[in-house]
Structure formats: C-alpha cells, structure tokens
Write a protein that binds this ligand. Sequence first.
Ligand SMILES: Cc1ncc(COP(=O)(O)O)c(C=O)c1O
Length: 452
Amino acid sequence: MKYAKNILETIGNTPLVQLNTVTKEIDALVLAKVETFNPGNSIKDRMALKMIEDAEADGRLKPGGTIIEGTSGNTGMGLALAAIIKGYKCIFVISDKQSKEKMDILRAVGAEVIVCPTNVEPSDPRSYYSVSKRLGAETPNSWYVNQYDNPSNALAHYEQTGPEIWEQTEGKITHFVVGVGTGGTISGTAKYLKEKNPNIKIWGIDTYGSVFKKYHETGIFDENEIYPYITEGIGEDILPKNVDFSLIDGFTKVTDKDAAVYTRKIAKEEGIFVGNSAGSAIKGMLQLKEHFTKDDVVVVLFHDHGSRYVGKMFNDDWMRERGFLEEEIKTAADLIKNHSDEPLVAAQTEELVSHAIERMRDYKISQIPVKDINGFVGSIDESVLLHSFIADKNIADKPIKDIMGKPYPVVKKSAKLEEISKLITKENQAVLVDLENGNHHIITKYDIISAI
Ligand SMILES: Cc1ncc(COP(=O)(O)O)c(C=O)c1O
C-alpha cells in the first residue's frame, strides 16, 4: 500500500507546470513551481515543519509547548498543521491588512489569532512584530518562531525547493523569479541553485512600499520607501536575516494594481488558481522580459492558493473600489453604477448647520446638497463650512440657508465624463445625476479622480 503516515509526509514534491498564455510575450520556456499542492496550500508548509523540527532538536520547543509567531497566514497554516500532528498549541499574531479568509482558516486549524494594526512602525508596541515578541516572552513553555530571522526557514528551501527545481529541470534552469517576504524562499533556493550552477540568475519580486529593491541597489535602508501597500506576502519594512542579498541578482517592483490584475489573469488564462504574490511574480517577470532569451528555462514560483483571496483580488467589487478593474467609464451612469442604489444624503434649508456637519461626519462625506420644497437650491462643503466658521463662531446654530453655496449642476445619466469633469471646479465640488425616477445621485471630485 502507498500512503502517507500523516499529512506532514505529503509536504513538498510539488509540480512544475509550463505557462503557455500569460507569459507569451516571453521568448523562453517558462515553468511555474506550483506550491499550492502542499497540504496547507502554500510553500510555507516546508519551512514551518523544518523550523519546528530544528527547534525540537535543540530543545527550544518542548513537549506540549506553545508556538508563537507573527504570520500573514501561510506560515501559520504550516505551523498549525505540524502542531496538530505533534501536539503543540499555536498563537498567531496577524496584521489587519490580511484577508479575513486567512484569519478564519488559521482558526479552523485550531490556532488562536490576534489581529494588530498594519500602519504602525515595527518598533511600536502594537505592531505585529512587537506583540509576537512580547507574547513569546510572557507565555510559559512557549517558543517564538521568528520566521524573518530563523535560519531554518531558508534552510528548508536549500534542502527541498532548490533540489526539486534542479531535478525537475534536469539542471537546465537559467533564471529563478520569486516574490520576497521573509526571504526564506529566494535565499535557500538560490543558494542551492547557485552552488549547482553559479550562472543561474536570481530575480526577486518586490512591491512599492517596501525597502528591498533600493537596499539591494544602493545599500541604503530608505524609510521614505516605506508606506502601506495592498499586495500580500511580499515586501517588507525591515531587513529580515533570511534575505541574503548577495545571492540575488536584481529586484523589480510591481504595483498593487498590476499584482491584482495578473493574479486574476493566471487563473483565467492558465487555469492555475493561485494567490496575490503569484500575480506580482508574473508581472515582474514580464517587466524583466528582455533578460530572457529563447533557450532559457525560467522558473517562477507560486507561493499560495487563490482561495485565500476570494474576498479580495477575485472579487469584482473589491477590485473596482480600488480602481483595479479595467472598465471603461464613459458616462455619469458608469460613474455611479456601484453606488446608485444608495440614497442621496442631503440637507434642508431650514435645518441647522450643526445637522449638516453631523450628517457629513456620519456618512464620511465632504459635501452635501441642500433642498427645499422646490428641489435643490444650494450646497455645503468643507470649505464653505470653514470660511463661515471663521466669519462667525456661532455658525453651527444658524440655518443652513444662511451659509449655503450654489446648488450643484444637474446632469443626465448619459452625460459624458469630459462634460462632467468640466463642471467640477474649485468653486463647484460635485454634480448631481438625475436618475429619471424622481431621485438624484451625486458625483464628487473624488469619484472623477478614481475613475480616471
Ligand atoms: C503568499 C506569499 N507569497 C510570498 C511570500 C514570500 O516568501 P518568503 O517569506 O519565503 O520570502 C510569502 C511569505 O510570507 C507569502 O505568504
């Protein structure tokens, strides 16, 4: 009989699959190492098990212990699977940027999940780096994994991912292209491949908002490069010990939009349902296409499964809200189609200014049309409010009609984008669309900017 004694024995030996459509602009054989075939649906199963085994071997992890880690989900999944088989508890600290699916999946495999804010400095006590370190120090019989600096992370890829790719390509691989987060995948795999053939070129995929590319090119850790981004799994605002920059030939940065668009393309064009960093890797590879020639064998690695992104990159509304969907927006009807069923927030001339302010705050809007029984007769926006307040500190208790500005122009649903753009000026922040059913909807300057 041929069977695995437990799920951990099924980790590794993932397939290498030729890409035929999404990379057709590239004049080389392009092969994807599809890591979703691991039992936790990501490459991270490999390093998670390796980190646990090494910690067991040298006594850092003791029987019945608690495994603590700051993880964006995939490492957590790998650790949780191994913990189930080996009898450990898991506490994972995750940033609020990560998809809800990832958090639910970790809870499904028995882990406790603690969510921390993304937009704080790594040194901030609320950051997920700090919280996981603190829990590691406070929890009895616990082991803080620290995948960023834990050498077993890269070692797993030196022992498994590298040799698998070498054997599957019969040593013909010429380039390896891969997203970089902790650096374990790129450094471990690169070390093995370069030992076999130093001419193999290693390309790291980075994201805007991360420090890797500039650091690799200049040796400067530039804090100006750090800002929040959407792409998941790659890029960092720290320099993990697992990134061995000496093994990497170059980095290319991919935008959030391109990463999302290409994640969808891989599913639609290749039938390979993989996660967001795979989209970054493919787009990055296309950006590097002049580096590849006809006889090259280029291997790209897909880290995780698409199911973890169904509420994000694979959701049209999520994509549209971020301006990531390539839709043609030509008319007023196109501009409002995602929110046309929401009621228009308006104010009455006789209401107090304080009411308008409250409504603007509740709905998080910057402008509001004003009505009387005859229809729209005025408008209030933040600059009207500010100027009125400077002139009269008691303005909140006055009726809206005393301070309101001109009414917003009304356009038909068929009005062209250019026509609407011309109506939006410094003095006029919005236009109203006549929905031809007695109702109106608003188009703001922000809607126009998002659309273009
Ligand atoms: C989806 C995804 N892609 C890419 C990476 C980057 O891999 P590595 O941490 O080995 O650099 C990760 C790691 O967290 C990941 O979860």
